[in-house]
Design a protein around this ligand. Structure first.
Ligand SMILES: Cc1cc2nc3c(=O)[nH]c(=O)nc-3n(C[C@H](O)[C@H](O)[C@H](O)COP(=O)(O)OP(=O)(O)OC[C@H]3O[C@@H](n4cnc5c(N)ncnc54)[C@H](O)[C@@H]3O)c2cc1C
Ligand code: FES
Ligand code: FES
Length: 492
């Protein structure tokens, strides 16, 4: 263990983390200050760039290392433009400035970019380098698909992606993990971060503008006593309220240090998912339990957003086009909502009341979700996302379809759509139609009528109402092909 006096912590400072090799102890006057502003303005570290300031271009990519349940530091890419500084308390932050020891000694990822002419103007390059480095810390010999996934959230407007991908493929052959400075020193960093976690400062708890509760007991107290707090989990939504809508939010409750809410537990026919499970953690789990959802999750944001955004945040924001909501509606998921003296379990379906209104108050938080376990319960489940761009784009429409066949009884079906109403919503008429006609044939008109009966979608910048109707019908037909094992949609 690290000796107690080996790091002299200043008792009066608030947020503590390591920036590359240096301990930072920072008094927080504005809890909405972004990590990117801190790096570029306070620290004069200009390697990390600002492009879009909304998590879309990857120019600001950094690595955030946190101690995991195996007492190791796991480093994940993040968009520093939408991370607030208190979110990285007790973390190890790696920026592009910390990678090389000057031009003579580039990091292997940077060398590969040079060898393969992976940069022209160079503005996007630090972001690509950090994304690739993040990939190599996670995956020893990534294949092409993994490489492409890792840079989904990075835009380059002049080099073209070919040379950048070649650099990553080149690195895949030559990168030696055993020599890497973060891999070699993982134990040392885990000890340093654990020391910070165990020696938190008192002032954090007393600041009226923000709190960083370390467990759900503290969270309940903070929400109860600080009027109208805003919870921040991954900040992939809240970051945009600040950067794009210029909102002032306080008090803020940063919950991403609460390990209690990061679990995925399997027991019997249920799966419990803590509200702080990130998309990336969810994707790792989905690969085994819901393999046909893998591509669906892969189309949420880019790698940085998947590392930051949580399933709790996705449901809590109540967006009609959040990608997790239709999944949970169709799966018949339940959610636990906890306040200081209350615990409620409700169907996720009942959480969405109307556009902008959800069944939760400011003194409560979402604890976890419960979904059926496909390994102990027989059902068919599939979901589809339609968006203007294939990757790194918000949905136009999503459809999720659950079908549990019951012998000699009415089948259990739930079909849910996102992007068809002010809230994510089930299509009860389509479910009835399915139950009536499943053994026979569906005609186009009855599908159209059922969807019209349940939805009157808007025309907006993403799509017309008519387009949304047509797509909703087609997603249902696609599901029919899936469930009836028909390869070609024309044969329905
Ligand atoms: C570039 C980019 C791409 C994106 N792409 C997609 C996409 O493809 N699909 C998609 O669905 N979304 C997408 N999003 C939106 C975003 O990633 C999600 O909505 C995300 O899941 C929100 O989770 P979070 O942890 O970041 O929430 P935060 O931003 O921290 O919080 C969001 C809201 O939830 C509340 N909240 C968070 N956790 C809890 C809790 N445990 N209990 C109670 N309230 C809580 C907060 O108070 C806030 O109101 C994208 C966002 C960006 C910036
Ligand atoms: S500046 Fe574009 S993702 Fe942060
Ligand atoms: S090298 Fe110019 S934007 Fe990528």
């Amino acid at each position: 263990m690290l000796k107690k006096n080996s790091t002299k912590l200043k008792k009066e400072k608030f947020v503590r983390f390591y920036l590359n090799d240096n301990l930072i102890e920072k008094s927080i006057s504005d809890p909405q200050q972004t990590l990117l502003d801190f790096l570029r303005i306070d620290q004069n570290l200009k390697g990390t760039k600002e492009g879009c300031a909304e998590g879309d271009c990857g120019a600001c990519t950094v690595l955030i290392g946190k101690v995991n349940k195996y007492h190791k530091v796991s480093y994940r890419t993040a968009n520093s433009c939408i991370v607030f500084l208190p979110s990285i308390d007790c973390s190890h932050l790696i920026t592009v400035d910390g990678l090389s020891k000057g031009l003579e000694e580039l990091h292997p990822v940077q060398e590969a970019m040079v060898r393969n002419s992976g940069a022209q103007c160079g503005f996007c390059t630090p972001g690509f380098v950090m994304s690739m480095y993040g990939l190599f810390l996670k995956t020893k010999k990534p294949n092409r698909a993994q490489i492409l996934n890792s840079i989904q959230g990075n835009l380059c407007r002049c080099t073209g992606y070919g040379p950048i991908i070649s650099a990553a493929e080149d690195l895949s052959k030559s990168f030696s993990c055993s020599n890497d400075f973060l891999i070699k020193n993982n134990k040392k960093w885990a000890q340093k971060l654990t020391y910070l976690i165990e020696n938190g400062s008192k002032e954090k708890e007393n600041n009226p503008n923000y709190s960083i509760p370390k467990n759900t007991r503290e969270l309940k107290e903070v929400l109860y006593h600080k009027e109208n707090s805003t919870i921040v989990a991954g900040s992939t939504d809240v970051g945009l309220w600040v950067n794009k809508q210029f909102k002032k939010i306080k008090p803020i409750v940063f919950i991403n240090q609460i390990d209690e809410l990061k679990y995925i537990k399997i027991y019997n026919n249920k799966i419990l998912l803590g509200s702080l499970v990130t998309y990336s953690d969810f994707q790792d789990f989905v690969t085994e339990y819901f393999p046909n959802l893998n591509e669906y999750i892969n189309r949420i944001g880019g790698d940085q957003i998947r590392n930051m955004g949580t399933i709790g945040g996705n449901i809590a924001n109540g967006s009609p086009i959040g990608d997790i909501s239709p999944l949970f509606l169709a799966l018949g998921a339940k959610m636990k909502i906890i306040g200081k003296e209350t615990t409620r379990k409700i169907n996720v379906e009942n959480f969405f009341i109307e556009y902008g209104l959800q069944a939760i108050n400011a003194k409560e938080y979402i604890h976890d979700f419960e979904i059926p376990n496909p390994k102990t319960k027989q059902f068919d489940f599939i979901a589809y996302k339609v968006s203007k761009r294939r990757y790194e784009d918000i949905s136009t429409i999503t459809g999720a379809f659950f079908f549990e066949k019951k012998l000699n009884k009415k089948s259990n079906v739930r079909f849910a759509y996102g992007g068809m109403a002010g809230i994510p919503k089930r299509s009860k008429s389509l479910e009835n139609l399915f139950n009536q006609k499943f053994e026979s044939n569906f005609d186009e008109k009855s599908i159209e009528m059922a969807i019209k009966n349940d939805f009157q979608p808007l025309t907006d910048c993403r799509a017309t109402s008519l387009y949304r109707h047509r797509v909703a019908e087609n997603l249902f037909k696609k599901f029919l092909c899936f469930v009836k094992n028909i390869p070609n949609i024309k044969e329905v």
